[in-house]
Design a protein around this ligand. Structure first.
Ligand SMILES: [Zn+2]
Length: 202
């Protein structure tokens, strides 16, 4: 039976790089994969951007109210018609932005269709609370793997501090895609608590 995997980490822990590498490994051996991400991630349009330079467009975006099961089957059918081959793996970037029911759909793809589903995402938001997609993945994924990065102090980073105009903020909406004004910094718990004045969540 195929499995649902959740590979999580703080910002800048190499999630997109790891995803692109996984896709390459399958394709190098002649397999077909599908790449997808939630449409809410407007940062890069359809692209999966890796900080070390490689980039690639996803095969499809998943709308907020779409069935992750149905949209996968549509794209799987297209590949089958064009190549006569089935999909060997479904890879999802920014999976923290999926809904709970979409993560349930991904478990169905792994278990009922016997296709491995590998999700990459951030575990918690800037207030240290789980994103909806991440919470559900932590609950039901067969396999959990942490991708590590380091804090400015050298410890392992587990949280994501939000900066607006270069200043740390601890109040605001859960989702604010990083760009010119909003940026994020991966931090250890000690540095986070120091910057937040001891606050851990809303
Ligand atoms: Zn630190």
């Amino acid at each position: 039976m195929a499995k649902l995997y959740f590979r999580y980490g703080a910002m800048n822990s190499g999630k997109s790089t790891s995803l692109l590498q996984a896709a390459y490994n399958y394709e190098e051996r002649g397999h077909y994969v599908l790449l997808a991400k939630p449409a809410i991630d407007s940062k890069a349009g359809r692209a999966i951007l890796s900080r070390i330079g490689s980039a690639r467009d996803v095969d499809y975006l998943i709308g907020p109210s779409e069935s992750a099961y149905d949209v996968f089957q549509t794209h799987r059918s297209e590949v089958q018609q064009h190549t006569g081959r089935d999909i060997s793996c479904l890879l999802l970037d920014e999976s923290q932005f999926l809904s709970e029911s979409q993560v349930n759909d991904l478990l169905r793809i792994a278990v009922l269709d016997d296709i491995p589903v590998i999700c990459y995402g951030i575990r918690t938001d800037f207030q240290t609370a789980a994103f909806p997609g991440s919470r559900r993945l932590l609950e039901i994924a067969h396999s959990l793997e942490e991708l590590k990065t380091i804090c400015r102090c050298g410890r392992k980073a587990v949280f994501n501090g939000r900066l607006v105009g270069g200043e740390f903020v601890f109040d605001g909406e859960q989702v604010a895609i990083d760009g010119v004004e909003v940026t994020y910094e991966s931090m250890c718990a000690k540095c986070y608590l120091r910057m937040s004045g001891g606050r851990l969540n809303r």
